[in-house]
Ligand binder design. Sequence first.
Ligand code: IMP
Length: 451
Amino acid sequence: MFAGAAAPPRFVERTPLAIDVRTMSVTVVIGSQWGDEGKGKLVDLLSGDIDIVARYQGGANAGHTIRWGDKEFVLHLLPSGIFRPGVVCVVGNGVVIDPVALLDEIRTVREMGYDVEGRLMISHKAHLIMPYHKAIERAREHARDAGAIGTTGRGIGPAYVDKFARTGVRVVDLLDRDVLRKKLTASIAEKNAILGRVYDADELNVERIIEEYVEFDKVIDPYVTDTSNYLNRALKMGRDVLAEGAQGSLLDVDFGTYPFVTSSHPTAGGACTGLGIPPTSIRRVIGVVKAYCTRVGNGPFPTELTCDVGERLRRVGAEFGATTGRPRRCGWLDLVALRYTSMINGFTDLAITKLDVLSGVDPIRICTQYSHGGKTNMRFPTETKTLAAVEPVYTTMPGWPEDVCGVREIDMLPDAARNMVQLVASFVGVDVCMISTGPRRSETVMARIAA
Ligand code: IMP
């Protein structure tokens, strides 16, 4: 259990990174909440010390914001190591690739002066997002009306449905025009029937889609390879790999707040299946925890704040979707949910982000139990109805008036801020290895706070 709000922080070591990612193995970076925890910044930061960054799931639904110097970029598909020359970036088999989004991103990154030749690898097993995936998603969400999931509209769900229905189109299929034509003709006939008859939506043209995807193949061909083979060879040679998850654990299709989830596995197991690496190669699992909670899209959110405090978090934290621009729902930090995602993922370290956003919020509340049906406990419910009905039980802590934006030394953080970080570490039973105090690489406290 946790040591209590007033317990003084215990700082056991301080290394430049406060975390050793040079383990000749895999470090996985995972969102511990509903996504948008600031994984992009952390991956970018750690990739200064790493050989390979590999994205393992999701698609262009992700928006990983990276800021350095006066530059800012939102990555959707390319791994967040792409702005570190010399770092190899892998798009794994678990990712669903939207060709238009990928080509656009490659072009922009190049225009910014970053070379991707020889250091971008795309799995030939990755599935492709087709125009009909977006069309079906649009039609389905529209038909669901009030029960809509609130997806990003990037065709992610329907693409994974086709993958598991064994009717998907993979990158490798682009190599053979005849195979591509056969697959697409069958698929589009079925999709057109669904679009036309079920959703009364416009049908799609097979030939146009084939032409478009053949053109795409010409551009991505140099990057396509057997990435699983590459990663396993690299690990044998003692290279360090950072596996980058998208979205967050509470959006995992099995362990998240189903059905209000994404259609892949952001949790740790997804790194193995999404990259083709063995579980035994994983040495560290870093859970990225925003100092408060946010959620985009629909679904239960026990600590949601619909008052001024929520509005303030949204404004100060610039909580608007990096992909869709939608305002994010904001709420207090939920340690019941965090303990649950820590259990599922086996976090070895926690990285706290956006601590600076809480400056001036007083008091700060942190959910440490749920109350439901007259009972309180720390169980994260499976049923949507129960999760929507629980009342959060809060531990109240004093806030801090000081602006901590850009603070880099743990000693420069106010006691109240350190106490909050200590509470998180102690409650979850996992060390905090990093605290982010601003969006830039340099705005980071590298210290280890023991659980
Ligand atoms: P989809 O992944 O577009 O199918 O959307 C399913 C749910 O996941 C929706 O609630 C989305 O808002 C949410 N979601 C998808 N990607 C992200 C992300 O990168 N950050 C936060 N939420 C996301």
